[in-house]
Design a protein around this ligand. Structure first.
Ligand code: UD1
Length: 342
């Protein structure tokens, strides 16, 4: 029997792509979601790719009564990947209670349920936001860089969750934890059956770009062109969501089959910094679509430049994000066209 992996936030952006890669790698899964920020249709998208419906339970992970039923129905869970969380940086500033309640309690419930399993392996979705603005000379940034004061409740929830997991790892001997610090996930599955589905006006760059190209938005605002970078716009490490999904499979493989440390952290990025303007120009070049944009004032709280030193993930997990940006942006565009019937 294949090992079963629980995926919380199963119908979310990264969760759905990870389920596809887990199944491709031969794992059994069980997905959990409460559809608070996703759609039931995503389950059909996943089924369309892998050729069958996945075992799935509708439940809110912050509600122990609902969440524990998943373990009653699937007692053979050997690893869990925890995506379920609120993730809008701006929104979190005005809703700290909601963010801490949801993000902390769902993780605590998961640990509480997993520690009763004979094999308790947890992969946690963290973020490069824990590094804040890297010090001069610290780029590319590695896992050994010190973390900085969070600039939003969202960011702080990631830091607190990492700290809680560290303490839990020390306390429960059967528990192994991997925290994955994502840089900027973008793109969609090459089949265009699943992808990113932001609600309302997208806050992140690539969905705003694709919606503008599709005519849903008048123009893209590039936030700031007077930063201390070669072209004046901010620099990020954009990682293809399918590459990111494969890193989760590698992390699960490692915890299940290797004598790994009980608490490990990995940066998941490409190792390349790309400016907003470079990304926009690449999008225009590969799609041939017009993309109206203008330079706008800086966005409050933005980091100027950050990209990953992904050496640890490359060597220890044997994983590399190597899909070219052209291909990634094309996948995002194909997804946008599909959902808009273009
Ligand atoms: C942000 C968070 C990160 C979080 C991620 C989740 C911060 C500092 N970082 O990443 O912790 O995990 O969201 O989604 O809050 N941009 C434009 N125009 C737009 C949108 C974005 O110019 O309409 C620019 C931004 O100024 C930035 C870059 O594009 O320079 C990327 O922005 P975005 O996609 O929002 O991601 P981050 O801010 O890097």
């Amino acid at each position: 029997m294949a090992d079963r992996v629980l995926v919380t936030g199963a119908t979310g952006y990264i969760g759905s792509h990870t389920i596809v890669e887990l199944v491709n790698a031969g794992y059994e899964v069980v997905g959990v979601d409460d559809f608070s920020n996703s759609s039931r249709d995503v389950l059909d998208g996943i089924a369309g790719i892998i050729g069958r419906k996945i075992p799935f339970v509708e439940a809110d992970c912050s509600d122990m009564a609902q969440f524990s039923k998943v373990f009653e129905s699937y007692p053979d869970i050997r690893a869990a990947i925890h995506f379920a969380a609120y993730k809008a940086v701006g929104e979190s500033v005005g809703k700290p209670v909601e963010y801490f309640k949801n993000n902390l309690s769902s993780l605590l419930n998961l640990v509480d349920l997993m520690r009763r399993q004979p094999s308790a392996n947890i992969v946690f979705s963290s973020s490069c936001t824990v590094y804040g603005e890297p010090d001069e000379g610290a780029l590319p940034i590695s896992e050994t860089a010190r973390t900085k004061e969070a600039t939003s409740p969202y960011g702080r929830s990631k830091q607190i969750c990492e700290d809680m997991l560290k303490d839990c790892g020390r306390a429960y001997e059967n528990l192994k934890i991997t925290a994955l610090r994502y840089f900027n996930p973008i793109g969609a599955h090459p089949s265009a059956k699943i992808g990113e589905l932001p609600r309302g006006v997208p806050q992140n760059l690539v969905p705003f770009v694709t919606q503008t190209a599709a005519g849903l938005r008048k123009e893209l605002s590039i936030f700031g062109n007077d930063y201390d970078t070669p072209d004046g716009t901010c620099i990020r490490d954009y990682i293809y969501v399918c590459d990111l999904a494969k890193a989760h499979v590698a992390a699960v493989n490692r915890m299940l089959t290797q004598d790994s440390e009980r608490y490990e952290i990995f940066n998941l990025g490409t190792g390349n910094g790309v400016s907003v303007l470079e990304l926009v120009n690449t999008f225009i070049k590969v799609t041939g679509v017009a993309l109206p944009y203008r330079f706008a004032p800086r966005r409050a709280g933005d980091i100027v430049k950050v990209w990953a030193d992904a050496t640890k993930a490359n060597t220890v997990l044997g994983w590399k994000a190597d899909t070219p940006l052209d291909e990634v942006l094309l996948s995002a565009w194909n997804w946008e066209k599909k959902i808009r019937n273009l």
